[in-house]
Design a protein. Structure first.
Length: 249
């Protein structure tokens, strides 16, 4: 089913029956992603007076409780409140949910013992395109990204210069298939987070960072309509389900 959406005075045609889900769920039956060394998430049947509330146990409903951390266990979207003393909620600051996005694929460059996404790579990928969002798929892009345990593994990250360029280009929404846009252990500097949100100046309250996505290899680089759906948690970060729609014209 096709739909025509007017976006910034441009009419965009998409096929709404062909969504591309780039989120990673919490799935207790499969391997689970994990970052920052905390315990795995839990989805457990609630007990009332020793009675497990599940249909399999004779109850009329299933009644599970879930314990997780969005930064560690699932695709999540965060706002500047992630790194500020004052609490800011992504649920309050993300007010629109459809954006013109560019999907790019990059192979992080080795710098010493690190693998870094450079400003040059981002410039080459975006060129003169005007986008509100960028979706970064890193190579190698294996399915085990959906169950990797990243603690003390020094995964790839963005350079500060790349983040500055994204701000310069007017990118408001940054999505990436890594546990963080910053180096795992950087002494607390969080240069990319701070640069992208411009915490030393006019803070970009409406800007978001989405981490732990996964873009299948068969999805081609290019222009998409992004639907950035989030769960309504009043928190610095919340689980999210970003969906891409290929633009027909």
């Amino acid at each position: 089913m096709k739909a025509i959406i007017e976006y910034n005075s441009r009419k965009i045609e998409i096929n709404v029956s062909k969504p591309i889900d780039i989120s990673i769920p919490i799935d207790m039956d499969k391997g689970k992603i994990n970052a920052w060394g905390i315990d795995d998430p839990k989805i457990e049947v609630e007990n009332f007076d020793g009675y497990e509330v599940s249909v399999a146990n004779g109850a009329v409903v299933n009644f599970n409780s879930i314990q997780f951390n969005p930064h560690s266990h699932i695709t999540h979207t965060e706002c500047v409140g992630h790194i500020t003393k004052k609490v800011h909620s992504v649920n309050q600051n993300l007010k629109h949910y459809f954006f013109l996005a560019e999907l790019v694929t990059v192979a992080p460059e080795q710098v010493g013992e690190d693998f870094v996404i450079s400003e040059k790579q981002i410039k080459t990928a975006l060129r003169n395109k005007k986008r509100d969002a960028i979706v970064i798929r890193t190579l190698p892009n294996l399915s085990d990204k959906k169950e990797t345990r990243y603690f003390n593994t020094n995964p790839a990250y963005l350079s500060k210069e790349a983040a500055s360029y994204l701000v310069e280009k007017g990118i408001k929404h940054l999505l990436i298939d890594l546990p963080s846009v910053d180096k795992e252990k950087d002494g607390g500097k969080l240069e990319v987070h701070n640069t992208f949100w411009n915490t030393d100046g006019d803070v970009r309250m409406e800007a978001t960072i989405t981490e732990f996505i996964f873009v299948p290899n068969q999805v081609k680089d290019g222009e998409y309509l992004l639907n950035l759906m989030i769960a309504p948690f009043e928190n610095d970060a919340t689980p999210s389900k970003p969906i891409l729609y290929k633009i027909i014209k």
